[in-house]
Design a binder for this molecule. Structure first.
Ligand code: PLP
Length: 439
């Protein structure tokens, strides 16, 4: 064992795969064995590995200006161009952009922007945030408080209450519906719960509602039809901002440019971007807010004082240059349209596992999906621990496929957006073999 403390392991864990290099949708371990990267790293390497244009862009930018900060308005051209490009792309009106390094720190930034904004408009008591059960918003102390997964909260004394974080239902029909409840009734019940929560807590104390349009890390949950329409109507009624955490769903992942577009979220007030923003070639994130929120802070900031927040690497020029090139490639090569077509194909192929005796539910949209393994297909009874998921993940690896077991026993699929039909076939074939080993 090396002396690395590994993320998301218990300390008895042994070292697993040693990944050595990557090319296209494949990675190779230290013995030269090839794996199809079915999770695009951690839902992020959208353009695959070894992309020469991105490598050259990073290298050129390092040669030109390897670092410059953005504190106090110091700036650079690639940062400005990237922010402008994002303004053109995102479904957030007249977007303003704050750069960070990761999805977690971008969510922390949003919490501070919300506090600052509501103080600026004279409503400092409006600062609670509604987050959902089984959501994933990152692991910094504040972001982990938003996250609704016990694994990221147990053993830590997180400031969930101090930050005013409220919890509402996960929109997962398969796991959350009452016996005999239709999808429409389920949506009605959980959105009614949301409204009751808002009324109980007092709307004038609630700033925002955060949601991943389609959840990723908690098992790829696609809400039933009508869910977001109802949620948005409730939020509008009580003057609560919609905050779309698009760290996984941003940039062509779900069959459209953004997950918000796919599920019909109209003009979110805040949006969090990371991962596919740079195809993971450099760490970079963006906390995006609607222009009118920004405008409202300008004058009052003379009285409030500086927005005392910023990271050393906010707007890192190499990360900005790479992200800008990624945006160019997305557009030039019609990556989102291609991914939408491949996404339809992936969903059709994944659906073939619906009848498998180990499979409880197959779900997904575009190039993201999950196959949930269950102890009893007829009742949907879950396995008591996550060991079956971990076992299936290892079986996939033996067959040369990297997937990730999430939420216990769901195997998540999220291949690079550049995957071809033949490579999807290869992924499905390998997964089928792994499932046979798991029975
Ligand atoms: N938000 C969402 C929706 C995510 O899926 C993730 C990571 O998977 C994060 C935030 C945290 O991002 P990071 O791991 O870059 O901090």
């Amino acid at each position: 064992m090396s002396n690395i403390i590994y993320p998301t392991t218990n300390f008895t864990a042994t070292e697993q795969l040693t990944i050595d290099r990557g090319e296209g949708v494949y990675v190779y371990d230290s013995n030269g064995k090839q794996y199809l990267e079915g999770l695009a790293g951690l839902w992020c390497t959208s353009l695959g590995y070894g992309n020469r244009e991105l490598i050259d862009t990073a290298s050129e930018q390092m040669g030109k200006l390897a670092y410059s900060h953005m504190f106090g308005g110091k700036t650079h051209r690639v940062g400005q161009e990237l922010a402008e490009r994002l303004r053109e792309m995102v479904p957030v009106e007249n977007a303003k952009v704050f750069f960070g390094n990761s999805g977690s720190d971008a969510n922390d930034t949003h919490i501070k922007l919300l506090h600052y904004y509501f103080a600026a408009i004279g409503k400092p008591q409006k600062r609670k945030i509604i987050a959902r059960e089984r959501s994933y918003h990152g692991v910094t102390v504040a972001a982990a408080s938003l996250t609704g997964l016990p694994v990221n909260q147990t053993n830590f004394d997180l400031p969930v209450e101090a930050l005013g974080i409220l919890r509402t239902d996960a929109p997962h029909y398969y796991r959350g519906a009452l016996p005999g409840e239709s999808e429409a009734q389920f949506v009605e019940r959980i959105t009614n719960n949301l409204e009751q929560l808002i009324l109980r807590e007092a709307p004038e104390t609630i700033a925002a509602f955060i949601a991943e349009p389609i959840t990723g890390a908690s098992g790829v949950i696609v809400p039933p039809a009508g869910y977001y329409e109802k949620v948005q109507a409730i939020l509008n009624k009580y003057d609560i901002l919609f905050w779309a955490d698009e760290v996984i769903t941003g940039f062509g992942r779900t069959g459209h440019d953004f997950g918000s577009t796919t599920v019909g979220i109209e003009s979110p007030a805040l949006m969090t971007l990371a991962k596919q923003l740079s195809s993971a070639y450099m760490p970079i994130s963006a906390s995006v807010i609607r222009g009118d929120l920004y405008e409202a802070m300008i004058e009052p900031s003379n009285k409030l004082g500086v927005f005392g927040h910023g990271y050393t690497y906010s707007g890192h020029p190499v990360a900005c240059a790479v992200a800008l090139k990624v945006m160019e490639i997305y557009q030039r090569d019609n990556i989102f349209e291609r991914a939408a077509k491949m996404g339809d194909y992936l969903q059709r192929r994944l659906a073939e596992f619906r009848d498998h005796p180990l499979v409880g539910e197959v779900r997904g949209r575009g190039l993201i999906g999950a196959v949930e393994l269950v102890a009893d297909k007829a009742t949907g009874k879950a396995f008591v621990d996550g060991s079956v998921g971990a076992f299936a993940q290892r079986a996939c690896e033996r067959h040369g496929l990297i997937l990730r077991a999430v939420a216990g026993s769901s195997l998540a699929f999220c291949p690079p957006l550049i995957i071809t039909e033949a490579q999807i076939d290869e992924m499905i074939e390998k997964f089928g073999k792994a499932l046979a080993d798991t029975q």
